[in-house]
Design a binder for this molecule. Structure first.
Ligand SMILES: Cc1cc2nc3c(=O)[nH]c(=O)nc-3n(C[C@H](O)[C@H](O)[C@H](O)COP(=O)(O)OP(=O)(O)OC[C@H]3O[C@@H](n4cnc5c(N)ncnc54)[C@H](O)[C@@H]3O)c2cc1C
Length: 373
């Protein structure tokens, strides 16, 4: 049997996999992205992205896939509403499917094919053998490097014995509707943090403009059915809303992994728990970690590195502590409920007060902190 050779096999055409493809090509190596779905899709996301994130991807905040910019954030706590009016920065809401398609076309331009309808069914981390199923049947490839960017708690790395299944309490079940209600204020991004509403999680409304908003929730309490709760919530909070589209998915709200390199395999993005567990934000981390993985693959294949461990080292240096802090706060809230949310708010309250006096300084400092590099 003939086995085709590939320099870098990338599993998954999300932000992590596509970023890895773009950066591997820039580093001068041949990569292929395998995507199990027949279409590129970013619908399963609220679409929040910081402007510095877009800049790092090489796009401006005025790109056509930026569908809205919000300048007020409201947090609904159990007994109060806290508002933050942004004066010098905006929260961006994107059409993630459009941006995913854009990243895929950057891959194609760099000679990195993105093969849709190609599902990886397994791999061997020592030999680099990888099996892919498409409409024509099963194919085996021999890869020098495998980048597994296949999303939350997927089974290939588990089947290969590299990682264990995530603990249930660390998997967030999400349900989100795109709704239409003309009275929705397009400038306000709102989060309901009451733990009676969303146990070990929160409800969000990210307006996309034109009277529409993505209203969703994530819960880590597996006794709760998030779809039912979000439907009831929308009926109460947005009584005239038309439900346009439903999506359901999971996010890993787990501690950062100690090991993300196993011989020829690097785990990236949601597959490596590279998500801020307190908020569930993972878009930018997926892109940034994909970039590191792609560059490291290039340097390794060009004999500038003895192995792939540089990827793990760099991620640890840049993200590990922040991811762990975020996870610890999420755990406090999961165990402590509303009291823990109020306690957290008490700790950050001075910043809200300071913001009234020095908005530019506070916003710049917060953004600098969020940039994590
Ligand atoms: C409802 C919801 C709302 C969210 N909102 C936000 C937000 O507003 N801001 C933010 O920063 N983050 C948000 N996130 C988190 C963010 O979407 C993820 O962290 C991010 O998409 C992770 O990117 P990824 O490339 O690692 O994984 P994914 O985006 O999950 O991509 C993985 C890809 O791999 C493919 N795949 C899976 N198995 C295989 C296989 N066997 N073979 C080939 N391909 C395979 C999948 O089809 C998929 O295309 C949200 C998540 C959810 C669920």
């Amino acid at each position: 049997m003939k086995i085709d050779k590939i320099d870098v096999a990338i599993i998954g055409a999300g932000f992590a996999g596509l970023s890895a493809g773009i950066h591997a090509a820039q580093a001068g190596v041949k990569a292929v992205v395998f995507e199990s779905e027949d279409k590129l899709n970013g619908d399963c996301c609220a679409g929040g992205l910081p402007d510095f994130g877009l800049a790092r991807m090489g796009f401006s905040a005025d790109s056509d896939f930026v569908v809205n910019k919000v300048n007020r954030i409201e947090l609904v706590l159990s007994n109060s509403v806290v508002a933050l009016d942004l004066k010098h920065i905006s929260g961006l809401i994107i059409d993630k499917t459009m941006l995913t398609v854009r990243l895929a076309s950057l891959c194609e331009k760099a000679d990195v094919p993105v093969l849709l309808g190609s599902k990886v069914t397994g791999y061997n981390h020592e030999s680099g053998l990888i099996t892919v199923e498409d409409e024509l049947g099963e194919n085996n490839f021999q890869a020098d490097v495998i980048i597994d960017a296949s999303g939350c708690d997927t089974k290939m790395a588990r089947d290969a014995g590299l990682v264990k299944r995530l603990d249930k309490k660390d998997v967030c079940l999400c349900a989100q509707y795109l709704i239409k209600q003309p009275s929705i204020d397009k400038n306000i991004m709102k989060m309901w943090c009451s733990q009676e509403l969303a146990p070990a999680g929160y409800i969000w409304s990210f307006p996309t403009g034109k009277g529409q908003s993505r209203v969703g929730m994530g819960v880590c309490d597996h006794k709760t059915n998030p779809k039912k709760i979000i439907e009831d919530f929308i009926a109460d909070e947005f009584p005239d809303a038309e439900l346009l589209k439903y999506v359901g998915a999971t996010i890993p709200l787990a501690p950062p992994m100690e090991n993300i390199v196993f011989d020829k395999v690097m785990l990236v993005g949601d597959r490596a728990n590279q998500v801020f567990a307190l908020t569930g934000a993972g878009n930018m981390l997926a892109y940034d970690c994909g970039a590191i993985a792609g560059k490291v693959a290039g340097r390794y294949l060009n004999d500038k590195l003895p192995n792939l461990l540089q990827y793990e080292k760099e991620c640890k240096k840049r993200f590990y502590r922040k991811l762990l802090n975020s996870y610890n706060i999420k755990e406090k809230i999961r165990l402590g409920g509303n009291d823990a949310v109020e306690d957290l708010y008490r700790k950050v309250r001075p910043l809200f007060l300071l913001h009234r006096l020095f908005p530019r300084w506070v916003e710049r400092s917060a953004w600098k902190h969020a940039r994590y590099s």
